[in-house]
Design a protein around this ligand. Structure first.
Ligand code: NAD
Length: 476
């Protein structure tokens, strides 16, 4: 989707990297070692479908093995290319370092339009792709752990996990070979919505700092802010749903492949999603204005722009026309390097992809740990926590009765306080903590040194610094 004459996605990521390392004190050798992509494996394989052999092309790129396993999603889209997976793998390295998940960066992709194949065919294709990667240890619990990305989800991850288990029948950690599995097949509660939830937590954290919101010319909290969302897939749908239902954000426009819906009074995310599932697009949704040229709606006046579809949608050709003062990159690479420069000059604040959409890899990390420990989070401590809370509540009630104080604990308080944390609560708590911690690290660089005036450069400085530290401690 890049504008004519702009660098490729891969080059765009490298240019952002270069902008940050210019402000760091790294040896040129180490800088280059971190920047380059270690390897990209290309596979072409045939599957007999509909009476003939169809050949597919797939990739698995490993950007950095400073920590292993390496981690990164598998994307199904016709636009998948070596350049794209390498850019996404590099972003994974920086993302994992920023949110302190102990992984290197990787990414995979298959050139396929998943909508052209039925479920059984997709299973055959996915299993064959997984087979090719598994036999080269490019899917492996200790070496390379994929996850969902555009065009893939729980279903594909379950097929991949099963394929690995079939090929590694004695590997007790087989389930940890991939994350984003359904809960009944070794997944974890809260993974499906994790990236969207992370976008929500990132925005909540941003709005906790009046100094930061002021940089975007905004004030107050999230309540009543107007947001435009592009892409109502896994990430965009969950982000828009949580922000509108829980934080009072008004979703004034939703942009999809076939156009956009606009309603200044606010769109009901669930209803729009239901319409999209039923009809395959946004057109015909009642109660909102439909615009066929969706990309133009990115320029609509709003407080928060949430590109959650794909890379390169804000480019040198439209950056100057974007009116949102705050952009949160829910997708990977939605703003090109050239557009980033234009937007920064205009004073827009950009919450960068490597932070904004890190909720997915964070909860994937929890899932991987769960698979390796072979026990669900909270299983040992939940009831013990409840017993202890009950002791305190009973004691307070006894004291109140003994002394005739007439205190009563409100029913809501008692219920909430007495309930021990289950897996979902623990996952949310871990995700919230991670998003706050990573924001604090970026913020320190953003405000703490005089030469960094944007969050993206701050994020790169934090993550490159951490990767460099790991390499140095290995003697590189
Ligand atoms: P998805 O396939 O579930 O959803 C993508 C949505 O965008 C679809 O509804 C699609 O119709 C829409 N879309 C595609 N092209 C569009 C266009 N040109 N204009 C408007 N809408 C368009 O994918 P996803 O998993 O939600 O991923 C979206 C982005 O988020 C990608 O950049 C991905 O790399 C990134 N991401 C995803 C995860 C995850 O956990 N799934 C994690 C981190 C980052």
């Amino acid at each position: 989707m890049k504008h004519a004459g702009e660098p490729s996605f891969r080059d765009s990521v490298d240019l952002m990297f270069n902008r940050a390392v210019r402000l760091m004190d790294l040896s040129p050798g180490l800088e280059n070692k971190i920047r380059v992509c270690n390897s990209t494996y290309t596979v072409r394989f045939g599957v007999r479908l509909r009476g003939k052999i169809e050949t597919f092309t797939g990739y698995r790129s490993v950007h950095s093995e400073h920590m292993e396993p390496v981690k990164g999603g598998i994307r199904y889209a016709l636009s998948v290319s070596q350049d794209e997976v390498e850019a996404l793998a590099a972003l994974m390295t920086y993302k994992c370092a920023l949110v302190e998940t102990p992984f290197g960066g990787s990414k995979g992709g298959l050139c396929i339009d998943p909508r052209q194949w039925d479920e059984h065919e997709l299973e055959q294709i996915t299993r064959r792709f997984a087979y090719e990667l598994i036999k080269r240890d490019l899917i492996h619990p200790a070496q390379n752990v994929p996850a969902p990305d555009m065009g893939t989800g729980e279903r594909e991850m379950a097929w991949i996990a099963d394929q690995y288990a079939r090929m590694n029948t004695t590997d007790i950690n087989a389930k940890a070979c991939v994350t984003g599995k359904p809960p009944h097949a070794g997944g974890i509660q809260g993974r499906v919505e994790a990236t969207g939830r992370g976008v929500q937590f990132a925005l909540r954290e941003f709005f906790r700092h009046p100094e930061d919101t002021a940089k975007a010319g905004l004030s107050g909290g999230l309540e009543g802010k107007r947001a435009v969302v592009q892409g109502l897939g896994n990430v965009g749908y969950h982000a828009a749903k949580f922000l509108s239902e829980e934080d009072g954000v008004i979703i004034t426009a939703i942009i999809e492949r076939d156009g956009a819906l606009i309603s200044d009074a606010g769109l009901e995310v669930e209803a729009v999603r239901a319409h999209m599932v039923a009809t395959g697009g946004l057109k015909g949704y009642p109660g909102a204005e439909y615009v066929a040229e969706g990309a133009k709606v990115l320029e609509k006046d709003c407080d928060i722009l949430i590109p959650a579809a794909m890379e390169g949608v804000i480019h040198q050709g439209n950056a100057a026309l974007i009116s949102a003062p705050l952009i949160i990159e829910a997708a990977n690479g939605p703003i090109t390097f050239g557009a980033d420069e234009i937007l920064r000059q205009k004073g827009a604040v950009i919450i960068p992809d490597m932070y904004a959409n890190a909720g997915g890899v964070t909860v994937s990390y929890f899932e991987w740990v769960k698979n390796l420990s072979h026990i669900r989070f909270g299983r040992m401590q939940r009831r013990a926590e409840e017993y202890r809370h009950e002791l305190l509540v009973n004691e307070l009630e006894r004291l109140s009765a003994d002394r005739g104080l007439g205190w009563t604990l409100s029913a809501g308080f008692k219920e909430n306080y007495l309930r021990g944390a289950g897996e979902l609560e623990l996952v949310r708590s871990g995700l919230d903590d991670t998003m706050r911690g990573a924001y604090a690290a970026m913020r320190e660089v953003w405000h703490g040194r005089g030469d960094v005036d944007d969050l993206r450069t701050a994020a790169y400085i934090v993550s490159i610094g951490r990767v460099a530290q790991t390499y140095r401690s290995k003697g590189l």
